[in-house]
Design a protein around this ligand. Structure first.
Ligand code: DAT
Ligand code: MG
Length: 150
């Protein structure tokens, strides 16, 4: 099982898409093991997006992600990183396939609704930035035997 940090970005909350986006992840069979709403400060934003520090869009990205509250989740599943990222769609919604979250609901690369960690290493680092161990739930779902082949 893999874990991934997912953020429903400020545009997702402002547009009222939390339920739709979380529903798509749940329908995919992924399991939510932590969730909270918070307003990111610039310090946390810079740590979370440290890999992009040198990019031309970095300041705009920090301004956007700190502009309004967001929802952070830890999602678990078989190949959770690949599953979530394929459900998200390409970074630029103009290039995202329809059927994906970004392809169906977004227009702009700077307002693309959702973040998902891109590797197991990034996921471990990002989950630690947002959640303590006590906030991550350890529980069984009866339906998992209908989702994940043993
Ligand atoms: P992803 O969110 O698909 O993992 P990323 O890690 O390459 O994409 O970039 C992080 C975020 O930065 C992305 O969700 C939106 C923003 N971003 C990326 N490329 C951009 C660009 N060319 N112009 C403006 N914002 C960009
Ligand atoms: Mg990324």
């Amino acid at each position: 099982m893999d874990r991934i940090l997912v953020l429903l970005k400020p545009d997702a909350i402002q547009r009222g898409f939390c339920g739709e986006i979380i529903g798509r992840l749940e329908k995919r069979g992924l399991k939510i093991i932590a969730m909270k709403m918070l307003h990111m400060d610039r310090d946390l934003a810079r740590k979370h997006y440290a890999a992009h520090t040198e990019k031309a869009f970095f300041q705009g990205l920090i301004d956007f992600i700190t502009s309004s509250p967001l929802v952070a989740l830890v999602v678990e599943g078989q190949n959770a990183i690949e599953s979530v990222r394929s459900t998200m769609g390409a970074t630029d919604p103009q290039h995202a396939s329809s059927g994906t979250i970004r392809g169906d609901m977004a227009q702009s690369v700077g307002q693309n609704l959702i973040h998902g960690s891109d590797s197991k290493e990034a996921a471990a680092t990002e989950i630690n930035l947002f959640f303590s161990n006590e906030e991550i739930m350890d529980y069984q779902r009866e339906l998992d035997r209908w989702v994940i082949e043993s």
